[in-house]
Design a protein around this ligand. Structure first.
Ligand SMILES: [Fe+2]
Length: 449
């Protein structure tokens, strides 16, 4: 038995293997490209370390890809074998149980299992981060905030990784709408570690929700030199900068950033594709031609739309498939929209957290997205409106879900539903009184006969 950098007892073959695991956790917390390599180095030093195998399973699931569920289950089985053969402590065994719940598709119970570990081991940074992620996937902002608040009593600057805890706290506070506390906390994290991209991202979210685009651009620009080691999450931060530029009407810069940053490597990573779809849709809503960019996304989304590992993606995929067809993609994409919707309908009949989310909101949203693109605006409004109170359940951030609020408002405007459009804009305006686009859409609503 060894101790990790925060003093948690852990099964490890040697001090070197323990240090390698600490380096893996550090890389994970910092969103580093080398995180997988750090884990491989740990497993090279200790091929049956239970926590390293467990983390391997978690990392695989974090890709949100159906094809990686079986390898994740295999990693968990190897961790179980290792725990049986060489022993594992109760904290490690509880991590394995939490991963099992996640693999079973019960995200809520998995989050609860990681939070239960924190009651006894408040310095378990991996449990803290994973619990936040699962609550984030579930759209549970208060649970995110309370989940980080509970172990906070045990943290201060004497505990390694405290800055990351501040970053986790900052994002949770932002999603709860506590913007002032979120910004102060995020800035405190950045004071400790300017490379903490999750904390920087939390502050960018505050600036997005408070409509402070120039500050947001300066904030990201002032920190990005620290993010050279960051993995694809950096594309999401570039996406945030594009949202700021969009609010300033700097459309050429947005398109340039889309091509050179947000969509630079045209990857099939879940978050990268979502970012791109949401940005193109917002550009088009403002009347900006995005050229052939939908075709590339439509091509990627044909396969992704049958994955359903994280149904937050599904309405996005339908948006891209329908847009690709509308922009000259032909019958193939038309079939792809129908295929995607049928596949989601089948998935929604199943068990597990995500199937429930598909039933409650992802499916109505996906249908509304298709109807909107196909010019059936009243159908989009009527399909989405009854499910609107469940919108948060699709997960993601407030800024990401704003896409669907915009879709509904746009559909209401184009369907000529003046009263509804004005009411929805009034509601959005209460949250974002300084949002220029809200004022533009309000003017459009007023001009409806
Ligand atoms: Fe974000």
């Amino acid at each position: 038995m060894h101790e990790d950098i925060r003093g948690l007892s852990q099964t490890a073959a040697s001090a070197e293997a323990m240090q390698a695991f600490d380096a893996t956790v550090e890389a994970y917390m910092a969103f580093e490209r080398q995180t997988g390599d750090r884990l491989k180095e740990t497993l090279a030093l200790d091929p049956t370390m239970p926590m390293a195998l467990c983390l391997k399973g978690c990392f695989l699931l974090l890709f949100c890809k159906r094809a990686l569920v079986a390898p994740a289950a295999k990693a968990l089985a190897a961790a179980r074998d290792a725990a049986r053969e060489r022993g594992a402590n109760e904290r490690e065994l509880r991590h394995l149980d939490a991963l099992q719940l996640w693999l079973d598709g019960d995200l809520r119970k998995a989050a609860a299992a990681w939070e239960a570990i924190l009651l006894d081991h408040p310095h378990d940074l991996v449990a803290l981060r994973l619990a936040q992620y699962l609550h984030f996937y579930l759209g549970e902002a208060a649970a995110m905030r309370n989940g980080v608040a509970r172990p906070l009593y045990a943290w201060n600057d004497d505990v390694p990784g405290y800055g990351y805890v501040l970053g986790i706290k900052a994002f949770a506070l932002e999603e709860c709408g506590d913007y002032s506390a979120a910004e102060n906390t995020g800035r405190a994290a950045i004071d400790r570690n300017p490379a903490d991209i999750w904390a920087a991202h939390a502050v960018a979210h505050v600036m997005e929700m408070q409509d402070r685009p120039r500050e947001g651009i300066d904030w990201i620009g002032g920190l990005e030199s620290h993010w050279a080691a960051c993995h694809n999450f950096i594309y999401h931060v570039h996406w945030h900068r594009c949202l700021f530029r969009l609010e300033l009407g700097d459309h050429d810069a947005v398109l340039n950033d889309y091509d050179k940053k947000v969509r630079a490597d045209q990857s099939e990573e879940f978050l990268d594709v979502i970012n791109a779809i949401a940005l193109l849709w917002r550009l088009e809503q403002r009347g900006i031609a995005v050229g052939a960019r939908w075709a590339e996304l439509g091509e990627k989304c044909r396969a992704m739309s049958e994955d359903h590992c994280m149904v937050f993606g599904d309405p996005h995929y339908v948006m891209a498939l329908a847009a690709a067809r509308a922009n000259g993609g032909g019958d193939k994409e038309d079939d792809a929209v129908a295929t995607a919707l049928s596949s989601l309908e089948r998935f929604a009949e199943g068990k597990g957290t995500e199937a429930g989310v598909a039933r409650n909101i992802a499916l109505p949203l996906a249908r509304a997205a298709a109807a909107h693109r196909q010019g059936r605006f009243a159908e989009a409004v009527d399909g989405l409106l009854p499910h609107r109170s469940a919108l948060y359940q699709i997960g993601g951030s407030r800024a990401q879900r704003d896409l669907f609020e915009l879709l509904l408002i746009d559909a209401a405007l184009k369907a000529g539903r003046k009263g509804l459009a004005r009411a929805l804009l009034s509601e959005r305006g209460l949250q974002r009184p300084g949002n220029p686009w809200n004022h533009c859409m309000t003017d459009a609503a007023q001009s409806l006969s």
